[in-house]
Design a protein around this ligand. Structure first.
Ligand SMILES: Nc1ncnc2c1ncn2[C@@H]1O[C@H](COP(=O)(O)OP(=O)(O)OP(=O)(O)O)[C@@H](O)[C@H]1O
Length: 261
């Protein structure tokens, strides 16, 4: 699979879709929709193990949303379903196209010798002129604040700079939805902030790019327009970041009280 290509499909990916709900999806201004999505795997003993359980969410176009929850609650699995990398066992999803999935480890995605070559990599199949390619690369790198690094060898970049180049690699192909999987896990605070700001800037300088950002860092919620909180494979809360932040803090406090009592 070409990880650098946005995931195109002639029609949205659906599972168990009826005509009635097919007509409903995409009707509101949502870039990402998931309706009663479940995903199970069979373990080595042949037992069916549910990973994602009846998850529904709607993310409005042009917004920056975060997907949070404890380790192992299913965030990455749900993101991969939205990216079309996994097929739901039940329910259906709609994600505006083209969409692009950016990995936690930029070394899986940033593969060419220089920043310019890397960002231009996915444009080969578009039959663009040299000037068009240069213009698109410049625009994508400017959006993530990396234009000055155009000629830099990628191995000289910091982790956060590489993440920004990976995001530019998605933007250059004019993707409408960015699905971002724990990009700041391995980054220090400065790089973490640089990557978040790059995504924010991308959204404010583009017409209708939508981003869903998986994170386990609660403090990142302050940059989000909306948030989804998961526990044990289920979407527990969905909406206003400050409300979700307060509620997560309250759940943590009650958990700590239970342990200490
Ligand atoms: N292919 C698979 N086979 C077996 N178990 C799986 C598979 N994929 C996911 N899981 C399990 O499903 C659960 C959810 O995994 P997932 O990676 O989606 O969680 P997460 O919330 O992203 O976790 P983290 O924050 O630690 O990255 C975990 O218990 C994981 O071990």
């Amino acid at each position: 699979m070409n990880i650098r290509a946005p995931i195109y499909a002639s029609t949205p990916r659906y599972s168990n879709l009826t005509t009635r709900n097919y007509n409903a999806v995409g009707a509101d201004n949502y870039a990402i929709e998931s309706h009663s999505v479940s995903y199970s795997i069979k373990n080595e003993r042949g037992k069916v193990v549910p990973i994602i359980k009846d998850c529904s969410l709607n993310i409005p176009s042009g917004q920056f949303w975060m997907l949070l929850g404890p380790n192992g609650c299913g965030k990455s699995t749900l993101l991969k379903i939205l990216a079309g990398l996994l097929s739901p066992t039940d329910g259906f999803v709609y994600v505006r196209k083209p969409r692009s999935y950016v990995f936690q480890n930029p070394d899986h995605q940033v593969v060419m010798p220089t920043v310019e070559a890397d960002v231009a990599f996915g444009l080969g199949r578009f039959n663009l002129t040299n000037d068009e390619t240069k213009l698109r690369v410049a625009k994508a790198l400017t959006a993530v604040g990396m234009y000055d690094y155009l000629q830099r060898p990628v191995q000289t970049l910091s982790g956060g700079q590489k993440q920004r180049v990976a995001i530019a690699g998605a933007l250059v192909e004019q993707c409408k939805v960015l699905l971002l999987d724990e990009l700041t896990t391995f980054l220090d605070e400065t790089d973490q902030l640089g990557v978040i700001k790059a995504v924010k800037n991308t959204l404010s300088s583009s017409e209708d790019v939508t981003a869903l950002w998986v994170t386990h860092r609660l403090e990142e919620l302050e940059y989000a327009d909306g948030a989804v909180y998961m526990e044990d494979g289920k979407v527990v809360m969905h909406g206003e970041p400050s409300v979700i932040m307060d509620s997560i803090e309250a759940r943590k406090a009650s958990y700590t009280d239970n342990i200490n009592s």
